[in-house]
Ligand binder design. Structure first.
Ligand code: GEM
Ligand code: ZN
Length: 385
């Protein structure tokens, strides 16, 4: 047998891979930080053998509760991923299968490769309404690409269009976030979709499908190549340590923001939910009402989204402004959400074969255009007209 991980987002440490029924592994920390949870590796020459993968340090990972009722994802062809039998005793996570092929891949969630990221940018740019903007480079010199999307022939003058920002994958191990962005983009540029066509008449969309390409390629869970958690950098990013945030934040200050979405994944809660900006000093009945109308429209149009489960609300004026959603909401007095998808499954609508998946993340991304349409006429305060 042989285990490898020297590929895009590959990450695992092999302790002992000599006995198929007792393959001993350790989940690797980020390259320059102590966060450990993401894994992605390949097993060869175990066809028809009873394999048990034992993740020896699962209990010491960043989010140990993330392993409760979690199931490892596997794939033979890297396109079709499925869940396998997994147990967790509070210390060791064990996943079992009998491979039906010579080669099989395992990961924390369905990976989203940098090559697919570049393909997404290229495919979107074929649409006449899409422009690629290069904001600059990451710590390891990968391009930070922004997609600017609007119908330039719209009757609405550009200066009156609403500016809608979507960023995804600040935390690179939350690969569902880029699947969400892919689904959002594909539907937004669908010229046969009346909702999308209306949105492109009234809005300018600014989309960053991957905020952390270096961390994604490295197989990091939570940090960029410099070991920085980008979602704690929004008050004072630096070109040296967090250029990814520095570049996007600078662009936002140039364009302005009328609505902001930040796509993430959550290790523990088996639900899709959002986190608002109720902890910011600028939070108001106007913004609270906007949040409620947006969430109600999303619940009504997409049963995979819900508002019954989520994080505890922040108390007034206690919000951490180093988080993207709070900084943007405070800076622009706008509607802003962190979107959370599960690494496990949606407990309200479970899928035994796949759990929560890339395809379901894409569908959720496509669904957000409905609540967007519901609130776009309210997004700008009269004083900003
Ligand atoms: C989260 S956003 C943090 C919000 N937490 C609460 N309790 N309001 C982060 O960056 O930690 C986003 C994520 O990583 O999923
Ligand atoms: Zn995150």
């Amino acid at each position: 047998m042989h285990i490898s991980s020297s590929f895009d987002s590959g990450a695992i440490d092999v302790v002992d891979a000599t006995v198929p029924g007792d393959i001993q592994l350790r989940i690797r920390s980020d390259n320059a930080a102590e966060f450990a949870q993401w894994f992605h590796f390949r097993l060869q020459d175990a066809k028809d053998l009873g394999v048990c993968l034992r993740f020896l340090n699962a209990g010491a990972c960043a989010y140990p509760k993330g392993w409760e009722n979690y199931r490892v994802v596997a794939s033979y062809d890297r396109k079709n991923w499925f869940r396998i039998e997994t147990t967790y005793d509070g210390a060791v996570m064990a996943a079992q299968m009998t491979p039906e092929a010579q080669s099989v891949y395992f990961a924390y969630f369905e990976p989203y490769s940098y090559e697919r990221h570049l393909d997404l940018i290229g495919t979107a740019a074929k649409c006449e309404h899409v422009a690629i903007v290069c904001l600059g480079q990451t710590v390891e010199a990968r391009d930070m690409n922004l997609l600017r999307i609007t119908n330039a022939g719209s009757k609405t003058p550009e200066g009156q269009k609403k500016k809608i920002w979507l960023i995804a994958r600040q935390h690179p191990g939350e690969s569902m976030a880029e699947w969400f962005a892919e689904g959002f983009l594909e539907r937004l540029i669908d010229q046969d979709d009346s909702v999308s066509r209306t949105l492109l008449e009234e809005c300018i969309f600014y989309v960053v499908p991957n905020m952390n390409p270096d961390g994604a390629v490295r197989g990091n869970l939570r940090t960029n190549a410099a070991g920085v958690n980008l979602n704690r950098e929004w008050q004072s990013p630096t070109v040296e340590k967090s250029p990814e945030v520095f570049l996007v934040r600078t662009a936002m200050l140039q364009t302005g923001v009328d609505m902001f979405l930040d796509a993430h994944g959550d290790e523990g809660l088996p639900y899709n939910f959002v986190v608002g900006s109720e902890g910011t000093a600028s939070y108001s009945p106007r913004r609270a009402g906007l949040e409620d109308r947006f969430k109600s429209a999303w619940v009504a149009s997409c049963p995979d989204f819900q508002t019954r489960h989520g994080y505890d609300k922040s108390r007034p004026s206690t919000g951490n402004l180093s988080l993207a959603t709070n900084w943007v909401a405070q800076q622009f007095d706008c509607l802003a959400f962190t979107i959370e998808m599960p690494f496990k499954d949606n407990a309200d609508l479970p899928n035994p074969l796949t759990g929560w998946s890339a395809e379901r993340s894409k569908r959720l991304g496509a669904s957000v255009r409905i609540p967007l349409l519901t609130v776009i006429d309210e997004l700008r305060q009269v004083s900003q007209a």
